[in-house]
Design a protein around this ligand. Structure first.
Ligand code: IMP
Ligand code: MG
Length: 176
């Protein structure tokens, strides 16, 4: 698996430091009624580390959304794959995703959660792709800003694979 990586963009050590900082930042705005929402599957790995850097009584929900369908470019449509969505009434919701690319996924998810009575909705991503945003909203918490490259690892996949890499890297062209 490691042989397929051309270069590492964000190392394990960098991720560890930054994820802890993000946990602190989220709690600086308050620690009551927090519901952390994991966007599956990309945010799984990031979320697991982030939540353990937040020593308060928070709740966790998962949402299954799809926009890439396994390829390397956004389909431009966000699908909610869950049968039913949780009730967010009166909660401070923080949506966690792996990467903010066009921003469409995050915008649609935040809009949906707002419409379900959340008191507030914030967004937290490990990565933001510079210059790719096509929506108004900006993420509230960002780990690292990267260039416009397709990346894998630490939850991010290519065709369902590489999510278990402990760092974020770029695939060798031969691996694609
Ligand atoms: P957006 O809706 O365009 O912001 O895309 C966000 C979603 O696309 C993320 O949740 C990721 O699952 C996926 N995505 C965007 N860029 C990459 C990438 O470089 N590698 C893997 N998945 C990506
Ligand atoms: Mg995703």
């Amino acid at each position: 698996m490691h042989d397929d990586i051309a270069n590492i963009l964000v190392s394990e050590e960098q991720i560890e430091v930054r994820v802890k900082e993000l946990g602190v930042k989220i709690l600086e705005r308050g620690n009551e009624n927090i519901v952390m929402v994991i966007l599956l599957k990309g945010a799984l790995v990031f979320a697991a580390d982030l939540f353990r850097a937040m020593p308060v009584k928070l709740e966790i929900e998962c949402l299954n959304v799809s926009s890439y369908h396994g390829g390397m470019e956004s389909s431009g449509k966000v699908e909610f794959l869950d049968q039913c969505l949780p009730d967010f009434t009166g909660k401070r919701v923080v949506v966690v995703d792996d990467i903010f690319d066009t921003g469409l996924t995050m915008q649609e998810v935040c809009r949906e959660i707002s419409s379900r009575g959340a008191q507030s909705v914030e967004s937290c991503v490990l990565l933001e792709k510079e210059g790719c945003r096509t929506v108004e909203m900006k993420p509230d918490y960002v780990g690292y800003v990267i260039g416009n490259e397709f990346v894998v690892g630490y939850g991010l996949d290519y065709a369902g694979r590489y999510r278990n890499l402990p760092y974020v890297g770029v695939l060798r062209p031969e691996a694609v």
